[in-house]
Design a protein around this ligand. Structure first.
Ligand SMILES: C[S@@+](CC[C@H](N)C(=O)[O-])C[C@H]1O[C@@H](n2cnc3c(N)ncnc32)[C@H](O)[C@@H]1O
Length: 200
């Protein structure tokens, strides 16, 4: 159930990073929530892509809250340490791998502090319907909502809506459609990616 990998849906996350960079670059803080983050592969991928788009100084304004129900209590340590075995990193483009990972032992690599310091983990159950914070420029929730009932999906996405800034972005997996009950709250950004802009 916690299946994920680095640079999964790279195309969607790269587009999201572009949109965030375009619309929120002037903000004092750029808060992002990755809900259902597994072992951190997705929030760290997004952090790397944002670092590339925003540049060194603006990237320091980014804070990604990576949350998960983490039933076995095993995600916090991995995400906080940001150490991964080489076989988990094979899909990362070489140039980005060289730039953002440092070898710490034979088979173990750690994400550099510049990226690691921008991601914090919170243990959190989406079905409590309480956001981890408010004022998000973007929320990513991919491959999580499919496990919920349609009523739960509506309540979770409604919670996301309430915790987002005006015109903020919500990204879901390609096969996850926005609940029709919330059609007046979000607009699809373009037909090739499942990213929605909050309608104020
Ligand atoms: C398939 S993984 C998706 C990981 C990542 N978002 C991706 O797309 O690669 C689904 C994650 O959702 C988490 N999850 C399931 N139910 C949850 C809940 N009620 N609240 C928060 N996280 C939950 C699981 O623990 C798991 O890590």
């Amino acid at each position: 159930m916690a299946f994920s990998f680095f640079f999964r849906d790279y195309f969607v996350l790269e587009r999201l990073a572009e949109l965030i960079a375009k619309d929120f670059i002037g903000y004092k803080d750029i808060k992002i929530w990755d809900a259902g983050c597994a072992l951190g592969q997705e929030p760290y991928t997004l952090a790397i892509l944002l670092s590339e788009k925003l540049g060194y100084f603006t990237f320091k304004k980014v804070r990604i809250i990576a949350s998960d129900i983490d039933e076995m209590g095993e995600f916090e340590k991995t995400i906080t340490q940001a150490i991964y075995p080489y076989q988990d990193l094979a899909r990362i483009p070489q140039e980005l791998f060289q730039k953002y990972f440092q070898k710490i032992s034979d088979n173990q690599y750690q994400i550099v502090d510049e990226i690691k310091n921008r991601v914090v983990f919170r243990k959190h159950n989406l079905l409590d319907f309480q956001p981890v914070d408010t004022g998000f420029a973007s929320i990513v929730c991919k491959n999580v909502l499919l496990h919920f009932t349609s009523e739960e999906r509506v309540r979770v996405v409604e919670m996301f809506y309430q915790s987002m800034l005006p015109r903020a972005y919500l990204a879901m997996e390609q096969t996850q459609k926005l609940p029709t009950e919330l059609a007046d709250k979000f607009a699809l950004v373009s037909t090739d990616v499942n990213i929605y802009r909050k309608i104020v």
